[in-house]
Write a protein that binds this ligand. Structure first.
Ligand SMILES: Nc1nc2c(ncn2[C@@H]2O[C@H](COP(=O)(O)OP(=O)(O)OP(=O)(O)O)[C@@H](O)[C@H]2O)c(=O)[nH]1
Ligand SMILES: [Mg+2]
Length: 214
């Protein structure tokens, strides 16, 4: 893309994410998902990885999605409509140690059923705490997405907590892991919801998946 084209894409992406965004639906059951009317982007990751914080940071809202220091805050699949063009989907986290085993299994079933069965799901953003990197359950989700042929990108969160001198090494390590997965994009994002870092690149990537302007 030319530099002028890049500028245009960034301006359009910023405009989309700064525009109206509203909560439309929350459900804990795979049987009551909203109609598949818009392209969807889902934010997936371990509990406490920073999914809800990233949805808020991208849309410039502080309280759109509920954030908590206690893992397990998001208990339903929440759908947010962005400018009538893209559905942002905030999922409950997996690997929540304090959840009862049956609840954890139920959440995992819900998340996996959603990921496997949603035809309009254009991209999954798989979030990982930058201090932790790829963990076992993340690998299980990557394998699931590979087998369901759902394309996904990896995104490191809380990058403000990673010393700048360690970031390049961390990114190339995660990139090497992404390359081993068929449905993963060979590109890794790094964001800080706290410091508003790395958001523009992700906005451009996701805006490209939005439905055309009506
Ligand atoms: N330092 C720092 N902390 C962050 C960042 N993003 C999120 N956090 C913190 O991480 C914690 C978890 O954030 P959430 O956004 O609720 O995480 P989640 O992935 O939605 O968690 P669940 O809903 O439980 O799955 C909160 O205490 C946030 O303030 C970030 O970019 N930097
Ligand atoms: Mg959450």
């Amino acid at each position: 893309m030319s530099i002028a084209g890049e500028d245009e894409a960034l301006t359009a992406a910023r405009k989309l994410f700064a525009g109206p965004c509203e909560f439309v639906w929350g459900t804990g059951s795979i049987d009551s998902l909203p109609p598949q009317s818009l392209p969807e982007v889902a934010f997936v990751g371990r509990s406490n990885a920073g999914k809800s914080s990233l949805v808020n940071a991208l849309t410039g809202r502080k309280t759109l999605a509920r954030v908590s220091q206690t893992p397990g805050r998001t208990r339903e699949i929440n759908f947010f409509r962005l400018g009538e063009r893209l559905m942002l989907v905030d999922l409950p986290g997996y690997g929540y140690a304090k959840a009862s085993r049956s609840l954890a299994a139920e959440w995992q079933r819900l998340i996996f059923a959603y990921l496997r069965g949603r035809a309009n799901l254009r991209r999954v953003v798989l979030l990982m705490d930058g201090r932790r990197g790829v963990m076992d359950l993340d690998r299980a989700v990557m394998d699931l997405l590979d087998s369901a042929a759902v394309s996904y990108c990896l995104s490191l969160t809380k990058i403000d907590k990673v010393p700048p001198s360690e970031r390049a090494g961390l990114l190339s390590d995660i990139m090497a892991q992404a390359r081993q997965h068929t449905a993963a994009y060979p590109e890794v994002f790094a964001t800080s919801a706290l410091k508003s870092e790395g958001l523009d690149t992700l906005k451009v990537e996701l805006a490209a998946l939005a439905a055309p302007r009506a």
